[in-house]
Design a protein around this ligand. Structure first.
Ligand SMILES: NC(=O)c1ccc[n+]([C@@H]2O[C@H](COP(=O)([O-])OP(=O)(O)OC[C@H]3O[C@@H](n4cnc5c(N)ncnc54)[C@H](OP(=O)(O)O)[C@@H]3O)[C@@H](O)[C@H]2O)c1
Length: 309
């Protein structure tokens, strides 16, 4: 199969495009012919060696966490999905490898793709949707009528989270650069802060919840805008939630477990018109380095997607 992969951790230039052996579906797994895979920030962190110490895998390394495609073969014991089914999903935590034409994955953690959702858009909504739902609903337990600040509104996860929070019935404040103002407004944001010209801690206060997708200094400053008893969830600050500098708020790190049910929820949200796919920029697998350069710049809108087959 064709794949984008690398042999050594490093910059975008380590990515190569070429042939690697086809995987085989083991018991309980399906073999998926991948039609689309998305670029997530985790992919360039993995490529640069940020997760090296966690990885037992040996090179060549294929990056990528989510995909959409069609089942080409089923392993022993798989009865819930069949050859030809269109499916989408996210690899188990700690596993990378969707920038390729074929992958083997446990059938129990993937879901059927609705016909009305293209493979490109299914790949765009998979890990972003899983993360946004786990953060906003399971972790922050956002309720109708509450106010949430979502940091980094033009990004992949935040773009889903804005729409999902509006669907729940919350009021949404978000941060973005001026270039993406209209985009986040179209996603449903009620109040938009240009982080280049406004300090969000000066113009926002009393929030019930904060969802931070940016990390760094932004993450630590988020506690300032919470009401007493407010809660904040962080996905851009590593696996530990930052320690709050006040004792009357809660700091949380969503676990983002992989499972079929939340993927089916993403599909339903799409079918109900509650969430639409993000703006998408397409790449062939052979241009993985260019896609990583743009993702790593942290300044683009929506999702970068590999159109695989
Ligand atoms: N399971 C998990 O735990 C999980 C899953 C997915 C993602 N993540 C993590 O979550 C983070 C976000 O991922 P993502 O894929 O959604 O991000 P992304 O799409 O790469 O985010 C890029 C966006 O961030 C915005 N941005 C950059 N700096 C900003 C700032 N200071 N304030 C506000 N917006 C800013 C940019 O908008 P402008 O161009 O307007 O600046 C751009 O649209 C990453 O660290 C990723 O590793 C974790």
């Amino acid at each position: 199969m064709k794949a984008a992969y690398f042999e050594q951790f490093g910059g975008p230039e380590v990515l190569q495009y070429g042939d690697l052996p086809d995987p085989v579906a083991a018991a309980g797994e399906v073999l998926v012919n991948v039609h689309a895979a998305s670029v997530n920030a985790a992919d360039w962190k993995f490529r640069s060696g940020a997760y090296e110490r966690h990885s037992n895998a040996k090179p060549p390394f294929i990056p990528g966490r989510d995909f959409s495609g069609a089942i080409g073969a089923v392993g022993a014991g798989v009865t819930d999905l069949k050859v030809g089914d269109a499916v989408f999903g996210v690899l188990n935590a700690g596993r990378e490898g969707t920038y390729c034409e074929k992958l083997a994955i446990t059938s129990a953690i993937i879901a059927k793709k609705p016909d009305a959702l293209s493979h490109i858009n299914a790949a765009a909504l998979a890990l972003t949707g899983l993360t946004a739902i786990d953060s906003v609903d399971n972790t922050l337990k956002l309720k109708r009528g509450e106010t949430i600040l979502i940091q980094g509104g033009a990004g992949g996860v935040a773009g889903f989270a804005i729409q999902f929070a509006k669907h729940i019935g919350a009021r949404v404040i978000t941060t973005t650069s001026a270039a993406n103002r209209d985009y986040v407004k179209s996603l449903g944001a009620d109040e938009i802060i240009d982080y280049n010209t406004q300090d969000f801690t000066k113009v926002v206060s009393g929030c019930d919840a904060v969802f931070d997708t940016v990390g760094g200094d932004v993450a630590q400053k988020c506690f300032a805008v919470l009401r007493p008893g407010g809660r904040a969830a962080f996905i851009g600050s590593g696996m530990e939630a930052p320690k709050p500098n006040r004792s009357d708020v809660t700091s949380l790190r969503p676990p983002v477990a992989r499972a079929r049910a939340p993927l089916e929820r993403i599909a339903k949200l799409f079918e109900d018109g509650a969430v639409r796919p993000p703006e998408v920029k397409l790449y062939p697998l052979s241009e993985a380095a260019a896609a990583h350069r743009l993702s790593q710049s942290r300044h683009f809108r929506g999702k970068l997607i590999f159109q695989v087959g």
